[in-house]
Design a protein around this ligand. Structure first.
Ligand SMILES: [Fe+2]
Ligand SMILES: [Fe+2]
Length: 191
């Protein structure tokens, strides 16, 4: 593996690891992240890479996800343990670090927090979190509103996506990870 991965290498890795539909999603998130980085003055190269790689662990069978997390000594908290959808982000970050030899902490963190968000996110982390909601392959009720908010400002985008995802989680009677609560509190209290 080269010291610094380029987007073509990342695309090939993702193509080999994910289903065609999730490969399409990964390319779409990468493209959306580049657009957001261009709009908000972020690093377009890192945005393209992090977007492409964010779901790298998503198609691994759950048992294999669990085993690989053990291999990398990843400790899960209570909510993570019982919310299987969170695993691929935690594991994905470890795969970037240990298997793809990615050194850039910001890219690793953008993958790590793309499902929960967290307080104190970098611009890249915010961009990947938001791009994952509104990439071109996403079709759900309310996506246009999120798109408008996200292209108004990153703060407006975060406010709208937190509102959307809290509502979804409440409807499903799902647990809400403390990182997401803290991220929203930070935003609400910063006004
Ligand atoms: Fe994901
Ligand atoms: Fe995704």
């Amino acid at each position: 593996m080269l010291q610094k991965m380029n987007i073509d290498e990342a695309r090939e890795i993702i193509k080999s690891r994910l289903s065609p539909a999730r490969f399409t999603h990964s390319c779409a998130v990468s493209e959306e992240a580049v657009k957001l980085a261009q709009k908000y003055g972020g690093d377009t190269e890192k945005a393209a890479l992090a977007g492409m790689l964010h779901d790298i662990a998503k198609d691994m069978p759950l048992e294999e996800q669990l085993q690989t997390m053990k291999k990398y000594s990843i400790m899960l908290d209570n909510v993570e343990n019982l919310t299987l959808k969170l695993w691929h982000a935690i594991l994905g970050a470890a795969i970037l670090e240990h298997e793809l030899n990615i050194k850039d902490r910001d890219i690793i963190n953008a993958v790590r927090y793309h499902t929960t968000a967290r307080a104190g996110m970098s611009m890249l982390e915010i961009i990947i979190y938001l791009a994952d909601f509104i990439s071109a392959d996403r079709i759900f009720e309310g996506v246009e509103l999120l798109h408008t908010a996200i292209y108004t400002s990153l703060q407006a985008g975060l406010r709208a996506t937190f509102e959307f995802s809290f509502n979804e989680l409440l409807k499903k009677n799902a647990a809400i990870h403390l990182d997401t609560v803290r991220a929203r509190n930070e935003l609400v209290l910063s006004k």
